[in-house]
Design a protein around this ligand. Structure first.
Ligand code: KIV
Length: 285
């Protein structure tokens, strides 16, 4: 009799253990059930329902327009597909920057949608209080430093952060405050490799890099970037593993041509009457 060994569900402890054992953590974004299922079955550790969905799925110009309602819908879709991977949901703009109470209510709604943790950006005093309260409430939190898309207008564009010794020390200080407040991991986005390595070495919690070099404890990329599906722009750090844009267009063009030439559908793709019913139809005058 063959015994199927099911891989254990990834938890916060699994991720912390990976850092301790110097095993890299893998994270990809996903926004729908089937993609989440494929990533889960492929063996990804963590799936981020990023508010990047505003740009790559909903066609907004930035992440600022993403609402709690949208995040809840996409989070529950992803959670229906991810059985083993640890799902983190992004808290959208203004869902946690007003009061600690708002943040608890909104983070709680994402957990009730199926996520195992939430991610939020920055390290202001309010954000630190939010992280502390969420952790006390039983909601694991991932921080996000470096280029933080919700601060796009203050940062003045998609720019690498922490480019000097002083800025790196400031980011380290922020990361340590996130860790002390209870965050169990921190995303470092668009940070020089050397700065990210320095910060990674000083923290007990794992760093997950995106455009932050190879020394982070883990890596995250946006799924539409790795699949070659998002074509508005290609960040320098986003490696493409497939060309879905081309494949989707080729499939659509072939379909259009098959429909126009009546090559689709064929007999096997159609439903048919049995002979008796056919004869009746044929004798209809
Ligand atoms: O929203 C997102 O996809 C993110 C990643 C870029 C880390 O926050």
């Amino acid at each position: 009799m063959s015994v199927q060994v099911k891989e254990k569900k990834i938890t916060v402890s699994t991720l912390l253990k990976k850092k301790a054992e110097k095993e890299k953590i893998t994270m990809l974004t996903a926004y729908d059930c089937s993609t989440a299922r494929y990533f889960d079955e492929a063996g990804i550790d963590t799936i981020l329902v990023g508010d990047s969905l505003g740009m790559v799925i909903l066609g907004y110009e930035s992440t600022h327009n993403v609402s709690m309602e949208e995040m809840k819908i996409f989070t529950s879709a992803v959670c229906r597909g991810a059985k083993r991977a640890f799902v983190v949901a992004d808290m959208p703009f203004l869902s946690y920057q007003t009061t600690v109470e708002d943040a608890v209510k909104n983070a709680g709604a994402l957990i009730q949608s199926g996520a195992s943790a939430v991610k939020l950006e920055g390290a202001t005093d309010l954000i630190l209080s939010v992280i502390k309260r969420l952790t006390e409430t039983g909601i694991p939190v991932v921080g996000h430093l470096g280029f933080t898309p919700q601060y796009l207008n203050v940062l003045g564009g998609y720019k690498v952060q922490g480019k000097s010794y002083e800025n790196t020390l400031t980011m380290l200080e922020q990361a340590k405050k996130l860790e002390a407040a209870g965050a169990f991991a921190v995303v470092l986005e668009m940070v020089p490799e050397e700065s990210a390595e320095f910060i990674t070495k000083q923290l007990k919690i794992p760093t997950i890099g995106i455009g932050a070099g190879k020394y982070c404890d883990g890596q995250v990329l946006v799924c539409d970037d790795i699949l070659g599906k998002f074509s508005e722009f290609k960040p320098k750090f986003a490696r493409r593993y497939a060309n879905f844009q081309e494949e989707i267009m080729q499939a659509a063009q072939k379909y259009i041509s098959d429909v126009k030439t009546a090559a689709f559908p064929d007999a096997a793709e159609s439903f048919h009457l049995n002979e008796e019913e056919m004869k009746k139809l044929e004798s209809y005058k």
